[in-house]
Design a protein around this ligand. Structure first.
Ligand code: MG
Ligand code: MG
Length: 596
């Protein structure tokens, strides 16, 4: 099926939007009127640009407040329409979107609406144009798709059909099953947008919170299946009004948009992609740092030992239990500080995992970063984190550890068992994209998104996990474009006994994040902990949480660059990440920052 995107969904000038849509692989666009009005280029130039970029102009939109009005008003509307049809002819657009009227002049009169839309279609036909009539969810008298279809059906005009918009249909709670009653050839256009489930005014909801399919709470695939059963063969077109996309760069947004359509098409069976290969564990986390010393000090205090050195590069392998951390000083930029730059994911089939990632438009990284390196399949996540697909310890596939020469050091006796989770900070405008990426590309499950209060803002966090919980990635973002060095990345290490691990860390010279006494007073009120337990936690700075599945005890190291470590004791049934404690942690971290 053809794919298309409304220019209103992307930021920038009209030509920037067209370039981004073309580069992301869309077949066509909807030209949003205001984008054309604001462009210094003539309709003929835009038409030529689209042709050069291989983009069809699938729709011109919107035409508003046309139908069911008094005769004199309708005459004015026809005059306005004629001007727009002339423009559309210059542009080479053959379908116009007409939204159901919101005008106070409009009458609640379906017969009049049919009659006037018929007249409009007569005029359109003279220009070789088709009229696609869409019910706005907040239309004055016509606000549901079946009502709009009833008016179109009554008109019985060959140049008049309906436009279905998943947002307008699903935000009203309409049953999309009725779409199957519409003949496919009378569905002139299909616009797709998802949205989070919000209880708010539908107009504001639509204008500010639409998102790409798979990023909200609507069943877009279910709706699309009904549409496809009618025999509809027009484009799948994304029409997304969203405050974040208006400010984000058009190129990455267009790629995110195309990926969402690929995932949707896979779900309904119109596109076949390589099957997801779900990662089974964390092979390593890689820290890039301009100065290995402070990182080495923290890792050493945590009980990690430097077990290997890279044969060709300044990269050390640190290990404790099954937790492996690479400390890389090559190519680090001092200004960036220490950051979590790459994750090795254990994959049952690394090559197949990379094929799926590539099919879903993830940038593929060179298999060898240096000629002597073990070839590894790797892709970049939207935040730039490099994801390596690994097969640690498998005889049939290259083992990344072959790049490392063993050192004499051996990891200290018990403490850390493995990586519990990784927390990655997303650029603020890539949050929904990141969740869709990790779900669709890696086959991970996304948990509900949670909002966490930060003393200087709001932090949104959403975890993606594999079914067994051996891969857990918490995606976090500030709610606004702020100094995101505050919201550092972290690496959480699983231990069977966080109290013992914290004590060993302190005894080895490590420093834990101090937690205010007020937190423990509250803990005493919320949970029935013994005084001794509470004193222990208070003394060390251990935080506590519990859900239906069990308890979660955790503490944090000081931050090194943009990274800190968390020691975690997780009961097997506990699903979360201690989100209720995050505001206290964030406040404590702010308090530790040097005054600016
Ligand atoms: Mg629409
Ligand atoms: Mg954490």
């Amino acid at each position: 099926m053809r794919t298309s995107i409304a220019t209103v969904s992307l930021s920038g000038s009209l030509t920037e939007k067209l370039t981004a849509a073309s580069r992301a692989g869309f077949d066509g666009v909807e030209i949003f009127e205001n984008d054309l009005l604001a462009s210094p280029r003539s309709p003929e130039e835009i038409r030529a640009r689209c042709a050069d970029l291989g983009l069809a102009i699938e729709l011109y939109q919107p035409m508003r407040d046309i139908e069911a009005v008094p005769r004199a008003e309708f005459a004015r509307n026809l005059r306005r329409a004629r001007k727009k049809f002339e423009l559309m002819r210059r542009l080479g657009a053959d379908t116009v979107l007409v939204c159901s009227s919101v005008s106070p002049l409009a009458r609640d009169d379906d017969a009049l609406a049919s009659e006037q839309l018929s007249e409009l279609a007569d005029l359109a036909q003279d220009f070789g144009i088709r009229v696609a009539y869409e019910a706005l969810a907040w239309g004055r008298h016509v606000s549901t798709y079946d009502h709009a279809w009833h008016i179109v059906e009554t008109a019985g005009h060959p140049a008049l059909g309906t436009c279905l918009d998943s947002f307008h249909i699903l935000s009203r709670g309409s049953d999309p099953k009725g779409i199957e009653d519409i003949p496919g050839e009378k569905i002139f256009f299909l616009q797709l947008a998802d949205a989070p489930q919000l209880a708010m005014d539908v107009l504001q909801w639509s204008r500010h919170h639409r998102c790409f399919p798979g990023q909200g709470g609507f069943d877009i695939a279910g709706l699309l299946r009904h549409v496809l059963r009618t025999g509809y063969d027009g484009p799948l077109s994304l029409e997304v009004f969203n405050d974040v996309f208006r400010q984000a760069e058009a190129g990455p947004t267009a790629v995110d948009a195309r990926r969402s359509l690929l995932v949707l098409q896979e779900a309904v069976g119109t596109v076949e992609l390589p099957a997801p290969v779900v990662p089974t564990g964390v092979a390593f986390a890689e820290l890039v740092t301009p100065d290995a010393e402070p990182v080495a000090a923290v890792l050493g205090a945590l009980g990690f030992a430097r077990t290997g050195g890279h044969r060709g590069k300044p990269v050390d392998l640190w290990q404790h239990g099954e937790a492996r951390i690479l400390v890389n000083t090559a190519g680090a930029v001092r200004r960036d500080g220490t950051r979590l730059a790459a994750i090795g994911l254990e994959s049952p089939d690394p090559a197949a995992a990379a094929r799926r990632a590539e099919a879903l438009l993830a940038p593929v990284l060179p298999r060898r970063r240096a000629p002597e390196d073990v070839p590894l399949d790797a892709v970049a996540a939207p935040d730039g984190t490099e994801l390596f697909f690994c097969a640690t310890g498998r005889a049939d596939l290259p083992d990344w550890r072959a790049d490392f020469e063993d050192t004499a050091d051996a990891p200290a006796a018990p403490g850390v068992a493995r990586v519990d989770h990784l927390a990655l900070t997303q650029p603020w405008h890539h949050f929904d994209e990141a969740a869709l990426f990790h779900r669709s590309v890696l086959g991970l499950d996304a948990q509900e998104s949670v909002d966490v209060a930060d003393p200087y803002g709001l932090l949104r966090s959403r975890a993606v996990t594999n079914p067994g919980g051996s891969v857990r990635i918490a995606l976090g973002v500030g709610a606004a474009p702020t100094d995101d060095t505050v919201h550092a990345q972290h690496l959480a290490l699983a231990t069977d006994d966080v109290v013992a691990a914290a004590r060993r860390f302190l005894a080895a010279g490590g420093r834990l994040l101090p937690v205010p006494a007020n937190y423990y007073d509250d803990l005493a009120a919320r949970f029935e902990l013994t005084d001794e337990e509470l004193d222990t936690y208070r003394g060390l700075g251990i935080l506590y949480d519990r859900d239906a599945g069990g308890a979660f005890r955790h503490c944090y190291t000081e931050t090194v660059g943009r990274v800190f470590f968390e020691l975690v004791q997780r009961d097997p049934g506990y699903r979360g990440y201690g989100a209720t404690n995050a505001p206290v942690r964030l406040a404590a971290q702010h308090a530790q920052r040097p005054v600016r």
